[in-house]
Design a protein around this ligand. Sequence first.
Ligand SMILES: *[C@@H]1O[C@H](CO)[C@@H](O)[C@H](O)[C@H]1NC(C)=O
Ligand SMILES: *[C@@H]1O[C@H](CO)[C@@H](O)[C@H](O)[C@H]1NC(C)=O
Ligand SMILES: *[C@@H]1O[C@H](CO)[C@@H](O)[C@H](O)[C@H]1NC(C)=O
Ligand SMILES: *[C@@H]1O[C@H](CO)[C@@H](O)[C@H](O)[C@H]1NC(C)=O
Ligand SMILES: *[C@@H]1O[C@H](CO)[C@@H](O)[C@H](O)[C@H]1NC(C)=O
Ligand SMILES: *[C@@H]1O[C@H](CO)[C@@H](O)[C@H](O)[C@H]1NC(C)=O
Ligand SMILES: *[C@@H]1O[C@H](CO)[C@@H](O)[C@H](O)[C@H]1NC(C)=O
Ligand SMILES: *[C@@H]1O[C@H](CO)[C@@H](O)[C@H](O)[C@H]1NC(C)=O
Ligand SMILES: *[C@@H]1O[C@H](CO)[C@@H](O)[C@H](O)[C@H]1NC(C)=O
Ligand SMILES: *[C@@H]1O[C@H](CO)[C@@H](O)[C@H](O)[C@H]1NC(C)=O
Ligand SMILES: *[C@@H]1O[C@H](CO)[C@@H](O)[C@H](O)[C@H]1NC(C)=O
Ligand SMILES: [Cu+2]
Length: 805
Amino acid sequence: MVSHTWIGIGVAALLAPTVCSQSLPKFAPASQGQAVGRRALAASLKQRTPLPRAPCTVRDALNIEAPKENIWGELSGPETADIVAWLFAQKDLNLTTVENAGSWDNTLLSVELMHPNKTDALTYLDSNGTAPVRYARAVINNQATEEPYYQDLLVGPIPVVNGTTHWEPLEYPFTRKTGGRVRNLAADVYTVFAKWTLEVSANVSDITLDLWNATALGLDNDTLGIGSIDPLYQDGDRIRRWDGFWSLSQDIFASSSMTPMGLYFMSDTTGRDPSKWFVEGWYYNGIFYESTEEFRDAYWSGKVEKLGGNFDGPWAHTDQQGDILPQDVLSPPVTVAPQGARYSVDAKRKYIEWMGWSFYIGFSRDSGMILNDIRYKGKRIIYELGLEEALSHYAGSDPIQSHTAYLDGYYGFGPYSFELLKGYDCPDYATYLNSTFYVSETSRTHINNICVFEAESDFPLARHSAAKYVAATKNIKFVVRSISTLGNYDYLFSYTFFMDGSLAIEVRASGYIQAAFYAKNEDYGFHIHDQLSGSMHDHVLNFKADFDILGTDNTIELVKQVPFTTTYPWSKGKVFNTMKIERSFIDNEDEGRFNWAPNAQAQVLVVNRDEPNRFGEPRGYRILPYTGTAHLTVENSTVLNNATNWARHDIMVSQRKDTEPHSIHRYNNQDTHDPPVNFDNFFDGESLNQTDLVVWFNLGMHHIPHTGDLPTTVFTTAHSGIQFMPSNYFEVGPNQETINMVRVDYSDGKVTDVVNFGSSKEVCELSYEPSYTDLWEYKGDVVVRKFPYMPNEPYYASPGSQGSS
Ligand SMILES: *[C@@H]1O[C@H](CO)[C@@H](O)[C@H](O)[C@H]1NC(C)=O
Ligand SMILES: *[C@@H]1O[C@H](CO)[C@@H](O)[C@H](O)[C@H]1NC(C)=O
Ligand SMILES: *[C@@H]1O[C@H](CO)[C@@H](O)[C@H](O)[C@H]1NC(C)=O
Ligand SMILES: *[C@@H]1O[C@H](CO)[C@@H](O)[C@H](O)[C@H]1NC(C)=O
Ligand SMILES: *[C@@H]1O[C@H](CO)[C@@H](O)[C@H](O)[C@H]1NC(C)=O
Ligand SMILES: *[C@@H]1O[C@H](CO)[C@@H](O)[C@H](O)[C@H]1NC(C)=O
Ligand SMILES: *[C@@H]1O[C@H](CO)[C@@H](O)[C@H](O)[C@H]1NC(C)=O
Ligand SMILES: *[C@@H]1O[C@H](CO)[C@@H](O)[C@H](O)[C@H]1NC(C)=O
Ligand SMILES: *[C@@H]1O[C@H](CO)[C@@H](O)[C@H](O)[C@H]1NC(C)=O
Ligand SMILES: *[C@@H]1O[C@H](CO)[C@@H](O)[C@H](O)[C@H]1NC(C)=O
Ligand SMILES: *[C@@H]1O[C@H](CO)[C@@H](O)[C@H](O)[C@H]1NC(C)=O
Ligand SMILES: [Cu+2]
């Protein structure tokens, strides 16, 4: 920000132009007396002279009232109960309660707030308009038919008024116009099909016993389980599946995604009549057998090599194992907030203010936590920021890995966003928020599933030293975090705000890998245990960032650094090889999809061309990779077809539309060729020049698990992140405003001044409680029945216990 001229050799001295001298407009500099007092204290600490100290006054987050209602939050308990009762009263929906439903009944899967159209929201937020009329999105599962389907319904207005409230198929947010209907391939999976596979398994129990001394018969003492591909393989009008045997763990560690046994069978399960389903073949150790008979004949005639199996054991358990490290028995460092929270929270509306930042937290079944109306210094930067979908695409020579490509939004990030472990997932002193969602005629509340906290980074935000002084600024950040555990994997999401006006979005992965049987999988993963391959896979997580930089009309500017050869007027004809920048704007959606430039040589900026700063540069925010990102390696995936067209690039920019609120639909995996949301359809050449635009971006990891992924993948290295930072947005870095900086002047080996800008000097006694004391309060979910509505009889349930999809 300041031009420097360096002179001298050895010790560089800074010729400071006048603009560089510190001015302290807001806070009086510490007086000489204060600085001396601080030094005296430092000295006394060194000498361990006990000083009488008052206990620290630790305050909670300030309770504030959000400026507006949270229009992206959860439905209230009574609202949900009314909607559910009303839906059950609609005879044409023909709903059965989940408790009483079999696989041929219609059920209500989810009910949640439908986010308002942005235009209506902005009228409310910015122009004192009335709050948008509330609607609910309900999803029903119509199974009382030969061709079961899911259907999205729009229900409203709410609160429910008999005679006024109505439902209609919800169709406008999806690219496929089929009345909000998507076929349901899972209608019989957990019931009829599960039984059917046990029959298949019983038919080869002689072989499984001989191979592994194990059977899968559906008995409590089974030591073998059957696990399938996801999604089901959609081959023309046939629905095929591959199932494989996995040895079951006999303890709480539930590690069976790491114990595949290498035997697989293919079935055609098209339609709902199990008598028409049939086994199409078996696969073991690189050989395909056309029928059960062929496999059995080969097996008992000794033509099948027996490869053993993978079995649960301490290697697959999350508990401590191995020698205890020398000093590890001492308490490790912890972060503390000596004066408590320095932020404000409206817990009811999930609204937060911290150091110039403010935002609302929304929560949905599909995405889990999302952030809305993110403002810095009162000006909106982002209208909506959140996860859209997470894909894990596997590969392998075996048919299970080959066909597996989880779309976790099918299960939903909301229902699996469990209570956080205080002191481990987030600091003890964090503020914890609850989230409520609907499942099986109940509202479930995940207690403490979102944490917000301030923390000091392990490096300063800024520093400088010169001949006469050294200065540094504390790097205090504010984090919003939640974790969703989808089956074997735990995804940790952090949104981190910094004092320089930047924010970071990060995902980290832990939990058990899904591993493969090693045989014939050399080209698809490392050999990591007895018969185990790490099974390569790509994680690609799609996010939506609806930027509004100084208004809704924004443009993407690319600022490329390019090698350049030229002569300059002063170079006397000598050709210079150097570099320069090339700027361009993205005109329309045809250019809207791209990847990070090689060698990071292109900056991607979201700017407002109509809001230049006083030097003529358009003010904006830059988007940059933070800790590595990934898009999908597989091209034109045979498994996913059109379901994940958002996974092909790093960055995708489209015009924002009420009809294109999400890049996916939770049931895209049920119809992969013609999914309810085909992201490609968003890109039809529309202008991106000073329009409201959405930046869709992917985080992700190319994951080839190695032995260090045992027993679990670790957050330290399985991570991906992106940053948004102001670019020509402010005239100087807003971090200069913090008083939590210091300047130490020195001369001739002596400190002549310590300036602390008025930062707190309170010295107090901190009462530190080791974090495990709190964990006896870990509760799980609170459940309240909604139909019939029993608001006064809540009960607790294990977080993992609700049904999925
Ligand atoms: C309503 O659902 C039941 C099963 O719950 C089914 O037997 C019945 O045929 C359905 N009625 C209509 C009109 O679809
Ligand atoms: C939101 O926008 C869509 C698409 O224009 C429209 O069909 C729908 O009616 C709007 N919703 C409301 C509540 O106005
Ligand atoms: C909204 O109302 C507030 C308080 O009544 C007023 O100060 C503000 O100017 C109004 N804003 C607009 C855009 O009308
Ligand atoms: C709507 O009508 C039903 C049946 O008549 C009644 O049970 C319910 O309480 C009414 N709901 C509201 C919100 O008035
Ligand atoms: C099990 O084997 C019997 C006898 O071969 C056969 O009739 C039946 O269809 C098999 N069951 C399954 C589910 O494949
Ligand atoms: C086979 O398994 C059973 C029970 O699971 C066990 O009792 C038996 O000892 C095992 N046999 C061998 C040979 O390991
Ligand atoms: C498993 O349980 C069944 C039924 O209770 C019993 O017949 C069978 O012997 C048991 N198997 C083993 C290996 O214990
Ligand atoms: C979360 O839910 C628990 C249990 O109902 C309640 O005690 C707590 O106050 C709630 N927390 C917030 C921030 O609302
Ligand atoms: C994927 O599909 C695109 C468009 O149809 C085609 O241009 C490309 O060659 C395909 N790539 C592969 C690997 O099939
Ligand atoms: C993807 O969708 C397009 C447009 O609907 C269609 O032409 C194409 O066949 C689909 N691709 C696959 C692999 O299903
Ligand atoms: C894009 O918008 C800018 C600023 O509003 C305008 O000057 C320019 O002419 C527009 N360019 C195109 C290609 O429309
Ligand atoms: Cu992974």
